[in-house]
Design a protein around this ligand. Sequence first.
Ligand SMILES: [Zn+2]
Length: 98
Amino acid sequence: MKQRKIPMRMCVGCREMKPKKELIRVVRGKEGEISLDPRGKAPGRGAYVCFHGDCLKKAEKTRALERALEHPIAPEIYAQLAKEMEGYVPDPKPEGED
Ligand SMILES: [Zn+2]
């Protein structure tokens, strides 16, 4: 089997480079709405974070997520993202890389 290059992205929480699959994308849409983008395909400016609450919290504290998305994020948005993240189960199926 040919080995595929694993796309790496940086988590805005722990600032570590990780395979894209181990991160979840947070996207800012056209209207400035912030949401999780588990498929990684939504249009808009995106940032990646590990999908456990710790890194999201860190990114909130350091404002790294706001900087990455170039948009202010209200505490309730972080709460909503954290909630969505809790219910998120990574898709074990291999996905098409971009
Ligand atoms: Zn992280």
